[in-house]
Design a protein. Sequence first.
Length: 142
Amino acid sequence: YVKVTVEDGFIVDVFFDALYDVYKCEVDGVVDPTITRSSNCAVDSTYEWVLFAETTKQVLGEGYMLASGITWAAEADELAAAIIEAQEWSAAWDIILGTDGGHDKFDPLDQDVIDAVAGVTIGIEGFKVAFEEAMEQAVPAS
């Protein structure tokens, strides 16, 4: 989702986020901290992955690092800053559609994208649509 704050007809803040399910391995209702998502929770039939909490990628900050070595939150902030500067989602920001389960990403070879959103590589599925919907509903901050 995205929250857009408008003051005096100008976009002054854009906050992107995405839900992130946090699963932990439990046995008989007790979380086993030694078992991580990368290890096998189902070591026997009494273990199971349980949705322990649901949080957001933006709120996780340093806790949601991308393969690029940059946090999801930092990249979302960078995209927000570019939108605020442009006062729109620029049509010049070409998007490369993900294939075989890969995420949609900004075109890193397009100079307009490089100039505007530089290192942003977050999977952006739905963000453009969410931004446009948010702009339709945005009302000036009081």
